[in-house]
Ligand binder design. Structure first.
Ligand SMILES: Nc1nc2c(ncn2[C@@H]2O[C@H](COP(=O)(O)OP(=O)(O)OP(=O)(O)O)[C@@H](O)[C@H]2O)c(=O)[nH]1
Ligand SMILES: [Mg+2]
Length: 307
């Protein structure tokens, strides 16, 4: 005999013959397949694999204290070994060269470009500064600071474009529509635009407004990649789950890069890796030897200055 419960057919337990392990397994399956789980419950049920924690550790977000099931994965990597795994990638000098408030003032197409877009206050401008190791771009703790498309030249090799935040509630409707038109015109018509980095606050993940924006990019065949920012503000297991969830969403878009970047402009974690990806995207990534030598030359110069 079966009993219908929550739309599922349950076989009644015959007395208490079943072991507690069987009962636990049954309950676990029931919880997983119950349709009424809230998004938060689904999020908390995600079980990131050790390889995800390994990735986060490599990016500099710290390591999970490996007790119990992670104990077997313990790898002893000395500090020196860790530092030599990847060279420090460098951007040439970042310089502001144009601002556009209306589509007609967008500068002419020249070198390859990448653009940073996302909600207000997610840390777009801070990320550009962190990538370029500069303080050229203005940032603020009040949302809505960047109000136009700001064009920065990176050593005249490629450009970085800082965009106003979308979904900013405190500007009037007219201004919001004007920004939207400006951003859409730029992103859909620019043939030198190689990648749009959509920045998402790691604490919040993809909201409905973000998904609409990604769908717009996808429809217009604009290549984009999602970047989770402010990753220093959440604990490691939450970050791992956020990464899994966003990666799962991103896989639904044809024109998305099927990878999610994780960064913190405050701690610099993940920034070097993103720098490498951008240099590759704009066709300016040189050999590893070049960056290793450059870093060593800079270190030597700094030490000379100190003496
Ligand atoms: N903890 C932490 N705070 C950050 C990080 N990145 C940016 N912030 C802070 O977030 C606030 C907003 O940063 P901005 O870089 O100005 O954000 P934005 O996305 O350019 O904002 P708009 O120009 O208004 O769209 C500032 O107070 C930054 O200091 C980060 O990685 N970690
Ligand atoms: Mg900004």
């Amino acid at each position: 005999m079966s009993i219908a419960r929550n739309g599922r057919l349950w076989k009644p337990m015959l007395g208490w013959q079943s072991t507690s392990a069987v009962w636990k397994r049954t309950m676990a399956t029931a919880v997983k397949s119950t349709p009424e789980l809230s998004n938060r419950q689904k999020f908390n049920q995600l079980q990131p694999s050790p390889s995800i924690f390994g990735k986060l550790e490599k990016l500099g977000f710290g390591e999970l204290r490996r007790t119990g099931r992670y104990a077997a994965l313990r790898k002893v990597v000395s500090r020196d070994q860790k530092q030599t795994l990847e060279p420090n990638y460098k951007f040439p000098l970042l310089q502001f060269f144009a601002g556009a408030m209306v589509p007609t003032s967008i500068p002419e197409e020249t070198v390859p470009e990448v653009a940073f877009v996302g909600r207000s206050n997610v840390g777009k401008s801070s990320l550009i500064n962190a990538l370029a190791e500069s303080s050229t771009v203005r940032t603020s703790d009040k949302p809505g600071l960047t109000q136009q498309l700001n064009f920065y030249s990176v050593g005249r090799l490629f450009n970085i474009v800082d965009m106003p935040g979308y979904g900013f509630a405190f500007v009037d409707e007219e201004k919001r529509l004007a920004w939207r038109e400006l951003m859409e015109t730029y992103m859909t018509k620019r043939s030198t635009l190689k990648m749009v980095y959509v920045t998402i606050d790691a604490r919040h993940g993809l909201k409905v407004g973000d998904k609409d924006f990604l769908a717009m990019l996808d429809k217009n065949r604009v290549p984009f990649q999602v970047v989770l920012t402010k990753c220093d503000l959440i604990i490691l297991p939450t970050l791992a789950r956020r990464y899994m969830m966003v990666l799962d969403d991103v896989n639904n878009y044809r024109h998305a890069r099927k990878e999610v970047a994780l960064v913190s402009s405050r701690t610099q974690s993940g920034v070097n890796q993103l720098r490498k990806e951008i240099l590759k995207t704009v066709g300016n990534l040189r050999s590893e030897k070049y960056y290793v030598e450059k870093t060593e030359r800079q270190k030597a110069k700094q030490e000379d200055r100190r003496k």
